[in-house]
Write a protein that binds this ligand. Structure first.
Ligand code: SAH
Length: 244
């Protein structure tokens, strides 16, 4: 077992109050460093979000652990993730449930995550390049849905694709702050039954592909790395809140 990873789980997750043993176990096994650019491998287990190219970030470990815990997965579920990014959260979910469908609007990121997950043997993850605000109706219903980008409001298509009693996690933009809501489907409605302050990148409309030269540059740029000074405000907010 990787020492840095074990330490990450103990100090950033268990000591911070995350108790779900299946989540802690999953995050001990998923090789997080492989989901961050090679230039940042040495920072893969630090308590912050990191750039993954295309202006996006891999969420910090606590955020991934918190979201995974809030889904309360037992192992039999089919889960929809909106916002594949690096594919790391999808890999953690894949270790916790039966099947993951994950959707990313930036096609080069979707391709890269799909290739990485396949090469690591995560056979129960399907990555799609699409606008996740529509969900994936042809694969619905899902036992749980997790959105890893911040939305102005709850996309109604997602509610329709959730099973009765299922949880939907969504960061909502409230102007001065973002709130991560856990909704639960009850009949034709969803009720909010938990919330916590958080920070995520925005949920944006439409699918976007990139020219080949950009698509084939999966590493963080030197500028990304230079911008990543310790305690950079964009990656580690002052309240220590969850940050994607
Ligand atoms: N879960 C990721 C981190 C997510 S960052 C990880 O583990 O690395 C949020 C991602 O959501 C970004 O990659 C962004 O491009 C994507 N995103 C934003 N709006 C989206 C939309 N409408 N549909 C699908 N993906 C979206």
């Amino acid at each position: 077992m990787n020492v840095a990873r074990r330490r990450m789980v103990r100090e950033q997750l268990a000591d911070a109050g995350l108790e779900d043993r299946r989540v802690l176990g999953a995050m001990e096994t998923v090789p997080r460093h492989l989901f961050v650019p090679r230039l940042l491998h040495h920072r893969a287990h630090q308590d912050c979000a990191l750039p993954i190219g295309f202006g996006q970030t891999i969420s910090k470990p606590f955020t991934v652990g918190l979201m995974s815990s809030l889904l309360g997965l037992r192992g039999h579920e089919r889960v929809l993730e909106i916002g594949t990014g690096s594919g790391y959260q999808a890999a953690v979910l894949a270790a916790l449930c039966r099947e993951v469908v994950t959707v990313e609007r930036l096609a080069p990121l979707a391709r890269r995550a799909g290739q990485l997950l396949a090469s690591l043997g995560y056979a129960n993850v399907e990555v799609r390049a699409a606008d996740g605000r529509d969900g994936v109706p042809e694969r619905a219903p899902f036992d749980a849905i997790v959105v890893t980008a911040c939305a102005p409001h709850l996309p109604s298509a997602l509610v329709a694709q959730l099973t009765e009693g299922g949880y939907l996690l969504l960061p909502v933009d409230k102007g001065r702050e973002q709130i991560l809501y856990r909704y639960q489907r009850r009949g034709q409605e969803v009720v909010i039954e938990r919330s916590v302050s958080c920070r995520f990148v925005p949920l944006l409309p439409g699918v976007q592909d990139a020219p080949v030269d950009v698509a084939e540059t999966p590493e963080a740029t030197a500028a990304d790395v230079a911008a990543l000074a310790d305690n950079h405000p964009e990656t580690d907010d002052e309240q220590g809140n969850a940050r994607a």
